[in-house]
Design a protein around this ligand. Structure first.
Ligand code: FAD
Length: 332
């Protein structure tokens, strides 16, 4: 049996100091990390509890945006009055994830960092997984691939990022705030998660020992016309096969700007700016949405069991866009 040291940090600087010890990992709600530890996938020597560092706040920024502390629980964030009013897309995405009990524990930082649900990664009974054991191969490529990537995958890994929250944050142009031994940095959400390439063991650009302190949301023009659509095997308590965050800014019946981000299809939230550009300056029509959807999944490659995702992703985009308009009572 392996011993684990547990320490509770009192503030972010204390957390950073504690995390400089080799083999340390931060623990937020523990809903992902503890599962992976029980399964032998993660084996930290030291847990640094960050739930009492004072980062569970949502505050207004001078530009009209919001700062979300990294230890804010998913349920508190989804129900926060300013989130519901200004960023309903984020609230919807959060409420579509996991279960009320899990959302009561899960934190924003932990959700950003949650690991893939690829069964070849989470089950140490499989001896091929480049994400878990670099250089061992990818069992999913020849194995059961129903839930896997159709975009941005590599020979080394076809796993997907499982988060709902991340998809909405990508559509809302969120920025991740990070503290580390070298100081502070800010990374656009779109650049925070990585494609697998030859190093699928690295899910994000966060360096060891760095702490996510907050997520900033700029003021959003999308509150009136946005929709998060999650397609899954069960109506609740299931990860997305495909999800879509659709956000439209409408002026006089014309789309002035759009965000379309896919979840469940790649190693990171999948956003194609060219698809969004196609929509700008046009009135909504299902034909236009279909064209944008085709552009959004350009280059998609299916594996043995997930061909259906290519059509599903396109239909989900059209449907999510129509719902985004419908949410505000406009005729879609
Ligand atoms: C049964 C089940 C169903 C689920 N269904 C869904 C779903 O449908 N949709 C969905 O999106 N999610 C789902 N989840 C995942 C859930 O959302 C995540 O487990 C949760 O968000 C992780 O947050 P946490 O605070 O518990 O993270 P933890 O488990 O505490 O940590 C996860 C990782 O993040 C790191 N970390 C945590 N905070 C920070 C920080 N501030 N800075 C740096 N690193 C940090 C930890 O070191 C660890 O590596 C499900 C989980 C379970 C168990």
């Amino acid at each position: 049996m392996q011993s684990i040291f547990y320490e509770r940090a009192s503030d972010p600087a204390h957390a950073l100091r504690l995390a400089q010890q080799p083999g340390s990992k931060f623990i937020g709600g523990g809903t992902n990390l503890l599962d992976l530890m029980k399964g032998g996938v993660e084996q930290p020597m030291r847990l640094v509890d960050i739930t009492h560092v004072g980062l569970a706040l949502v505050s207004e920024l001078p530009d009209g945006g919001l700062r979300i502390g990294a230890l804010t629980r998913n349920s508190d964030l989804a129900d926060h009055a300013l989130i519901r009013q200004r960023y309903p897309l984020l609230s919807q995405a959060l409420l579509s994830g996991a279960s009320p009990q899990l959302r009561n524990m899960a934190t924003v930082g932990g959700n950003l960092m949650q690991r893939t649900r690829c069964p070849y990664f989470t089950d140490t009974g499989f001896d091929m997984c480049n994400k878990r054991m670099p250089g061992s191969g990818c069992a999913a490529r020849e194995g059961y691939s129903r839930t896997h990537a159709i975009l941005g995958a590599s020979n080394a890994c076809i796993a997907v990022n499982p988060s709902d929250m991340n998809v909405a944050l990508a559509a809302l142009d969120a920025v991740v705030l990070i503290s580390g031994p070298q100081g502070e940095r800010r990374i656009a959400l779109a650049d925070f998660h990585r494609l697998p390439g030859n190093t699928p063991q690295q899910d994000t650009v966060l360096a060891p020992g760095e702490l996510i302190t907050a997520v900033d949301l700029p003021p959003s023009p999308f509150a009136a016309h946005s929709h998060y659509l999650k397609v899954r095997d069960r109506a609740s308590y299931a990860f997305a096969l495909v999800s879509v965050a659709a956000a439209l800014e409408m002026r006089n019946g014309v789309i002035s700007q759009a965000r379309i981000v896919l979840g469940g299809v790649a190693h990171k939230p999948w956003r194609v700016p060219a698809a969004e550009t196609m929509l700008a300056g046009q009135p909504f029509s299902r034909e236009l949405a279909r064209q944008a959807a085709a552009r959004a999944i350009a280059g998609a490659q299916a594996y043995k069991d997930n061909q259906f995702k290519i059509e599903l992703a396109q239909r989900a985009i059209v449907s999510a866009m129509a719902s985004a308009l419908h949410n505000a009572g406009e005729n879609a």
